[in-house]
Design a protein. Structure first.
Length: 98
C-alpha cells in the first residue's frame, strides 16, 4: 500500500497528474457545488485553527476524515477514520486497505 501512495504522490507532480487533479477539482465544483463549498469552508476553518479535528467516533483513531450530514452546515461535521467513514457512506472497502 505504501508503494501505491508513493506512486500517486509522484504522479500528481507530473504535468498529466496536475491536469487530472485540476479536472477532478473542476468537475466536483460543477457537479456538487454544495459539497464543494462545505469542504472548502471546513478545510479553511481547520487550517486557520477555528475547528480542530476530532477522533473517530467509532474507534477513537486520530487519523480522521470529516463527514457532513448536511452540506448546508459546513462546520457541523462528524469525524471518522477512513474505514468507518466508508462504512457510514455505504461504500465498500478494499479488503487489503482496511
Amino acid at each position: 500500500m505504501a508503494r501505491q501512495e508513493e506512486y500517486k504522490r509522484e504522479y500528481l507532480q507530473t504535468d498529466q497528474g496536475k491536469q487530472v487533479k485540476i479536472n477532478s477539482f473542476n468537475r466536483m465544483k460543477t457537479l456538487y457545488p454544495d459539497k464543494y463549498k462545505a469542504r472548502y469552508t471546513l478545510r479553511n476553518a481547520v487550517r486557520l485553527g477555528r475547528i480542530q479535528k476530532g477522533v473517530c467516533e467509532i474507534c477513537g483513531s486520530q487519523d480522521v476524515e470529516s463527514h457532513h450530514d448536511d452540506y448546508s452546515k459546513p462546520l457541523e461535521v462528524r469525524w471518522f477514520c477512513h474505514k468507518h467513514h466508508c462504512e457510514i457512506e455505504g461504500r465498500l472497502i478494499n479488503k487489503t486497505g482496511g
